[in-house]
Design a protein around this ligand. Sequence first.
Ligand code: ARG
Length: 264
Amino acid sequence: MKKTAWMLLMMIAALTLALAGCGTKDNASSGSTPSEGADGKKVYKVGTEATFAPFESVDDKGKIVGIDVDILKAIADEMNFEVEWNNIGWEPVFQTIKNGETHIGASGITITDERKESFDFTEPYYESQLLIVVKEDSKIKSLDELKDKKVSVQINATGHMAAKKLQGEASTNIMAFESQPIAIQEMLNGNVDAAIGDNAVVYEYIKAHPDQKIKVIQDDAFEKEYYGFMVQKGNKELLDKLNEGLKKIKENGKLKEITGTDFE
Ligand code: ARG
């Protein structure tokens, strides 16, 4: 083969290797690249499970609305990017962030040590605590009394983890459902003795169902929880952007305006 032909071949080989290298790096460390909007802004895909009012729910026009939507909009405005919301379900939020299909998890997600092993979280933006939800005439008064009772929770949510901690991983008295409202509904239907869910969402449910005879039990055996936005592990570029925007809206009072609670 001629010398020039060899050189050409070598160059093609080098280029192919370089390109392959880029591809791997992109997928493994920072998720799939966000698309660009009409105005050249980056558009990040947001994954959520929108039966979680007041944080995310679908309004009568089919739009996803709520505190998480407003917070992320405020952050995006500060940091000059856009977001595209997708109501994909609770467990798919985790799966699709892992595989890079979704960039941001915004779903009232509690920052936990276990989740931090597989995902990265922003600084917290909201403080929450679990509540026990029972029928008005129930005799249950504390978490401890749920040890041998039938309990409903949202699957793989912190309420599910709390129930397993109390009753053991293999307990058959725990019923896990797709969403928190379904878990509460199951309790009202009499299929379980109590439901466990996030306080703000339980109170919102009660507001939306004034005819239901519901009682809530607060128990300090439940630890305080903090919500954060979740990204693929190692996506530092996006995490830094979210944290910087969050810091700005904490400082300028916008976060407090949206959530209605003082939270630093
Ligand atoms: N805060 C709880 C958790 O992180 C429940 C969140 C459920 N969110 C939702 N949008 N369904 O486990």
